[in-house]
Design a protein around this ligand. Structure first.
Ligand SMILES: *Cc1c(COP(=O)(O)O)cnc(C)c1O
Length: 371
């Protein structure tokens, strides 16, 4: 058995990836025009079951682009979960609108529709559920709130490629979905992102804004302030190759999750990812929660794993704990942020490595004083 250090995450780059990136390089189409961009967008739309997909430079710019396409203004409010990666809230703030923080569901770790409902105001323009760690948010409840109040839903699906809500792939469940292809996501283009939608007008507006909002009638004339949020053909070539294997990647992630579930001694107080019966998770991250952890115990546990050659990472910090979005803490989000952690999971992680990790987790948990 190998004693080498096990990272939390690792991209898989195979021969096909190299072949297509080399082909893109040799073609001379290295910037943001090229056949791989068209192929990647068409393939990703097909995969998500949406009419349109628009490739962008990363997930953060994708979120910003989506919100800009909704014409958000200062004074507008957008409801986001308190527990997420900071990009969700930042993208709202970039438009001048205000992110309003909602608490999360303790089982799914996704935005809690009851909390969302209590935060809806005259100023609310959008809700951004985040399919956190690969588990879809409760979209029906959110869609109903959105419809009642005339508020758009933008899925932050950056961590959830291929996840399903009641049998439907994420990305097409609201006004639009936004994905990330950062190096540690389900599939990668190095840096990159994708906006998915079934709304033709929204797609066209986002596409125009992605390219500096250049007038279709008059070159180099711009009727409003747009962005350069394009992806390159080189990145898209990598994306096309990765998309060919996405089912294999997701299948392996589910297997790894099964291995963890059978190897880690879970109890009512030591839990792994909880998946709702209406959900198919992408299992972007393996989540471990221990009821008797506080922040110090969680951090000590992670350090002990590290000395045994196993990487882990804490859950995200809450938005409400950060200087830019400071407010009083939301109880579920705060508790999860302080006590949850993620264990390694990636395509090439072997069953034996999972067994090694689980054995160390079990041993360390047995020595932790639950008092
Ligand atoms: C990764 C991530 C993003 C941002 O994606 P980038 O491609 O890194 O800009 C946004 N939201 C969530 C929830 C993410 O995990």
């Amino acid at each position: 058995m190998s004693d080498s250090f096990i990272p939390i995450s690792k991209p898989f780059i195979g021969d096909r990836e190299k072949e297509l990136v080399l082909d893109a390089l040799n073609s001379g189409w290295v910037s943001s025009i090229g056949k791989y961009i068209d192929e990647f967008e068409a393939g990703f739309a097909r995969y998500c079951g949406t009419e349109y997909a628009l490739a962008v430079s990363n997930g953060t710019t994708g979120l910003h682009l989506a919100l800009a396409a909704l014409n958000l203004q200062p004074g507008d409010e957008v409801i986001v979960p308190d527990l997420t990666f900071v990009a969700t809230a930042n993208a709202v703030a970039y438009t001048g609108a205000t992110p309003i923080l909602a608490d999360i569901d303790p089982a799914t770790l996704c935005i809690d529709p009851v909390s969302v409902k209590s935060l809806i105001s005259e100023k609310t323009r959008a809700i951004i559920p985040v399919h956190l760690y690969g588990h879809p948010a409760d979209m029906d409840a959110l869609t109903e709130i959105g419809a009642t109040h005339g508020v758009d839903i933008i899925e932050d699906a950056a961590e959830a490629h291929g996840a399903e809500y009641r049998g439907r792939r994420v990305g097409g469940l609201g006004k639009c979905g936004v994905f990330s292809f950062y190096g540690n996501k389900i599939i990668t283009t190095g840096e990159g992102g994708m906006l998915t939608t079934n709304d033709r007008e929204f797609y066209q507006r986002a596409k125009r804004l992605r390219d500096h909002a250049m007038s279709p009638q008059r070159r180099y004339f711009h009727e409003e302030r747009g962005f350069n949020y394009r992806i390159t053909n080189l990145q898209a070539a990598l994306g096309v190759a990765q998309l060919e294997r996405i089912d294999e990647f997701l299948g392996r992630r589910a297997e790894i999750m099964d291995w963890y579930s059978s190897e880690i001694a879970t109890t009512d107080h030591v839990r792994l990812n909880r998946v709702k019966n209406w959900a198919k998770s992408a299992f972007w991250m393996v989540c471990l929660e221990v009821d008797w952890f506080d922040e110090a115990k969680r951090d000590a546990f992670m350090l002990a794993l590290k000395t045994r050659g196993i990487d882990s990472r804490p859950y995200f910090c809450t938005m409400s704990s950060m200087p830019m979005y400071k407010q009083s803490p939301l109880p579920v989000s705060a508790r999860k942020a302080q006590t949850g952690l993620n264990l390694p999971s990636y395509y090439e992680l072997s069953n034996r490595e999972v067994q090694r990790i689980a054995a160390d987790v079990n041993e360390l948990l047995a020595t932790v004083d639950p008092a």
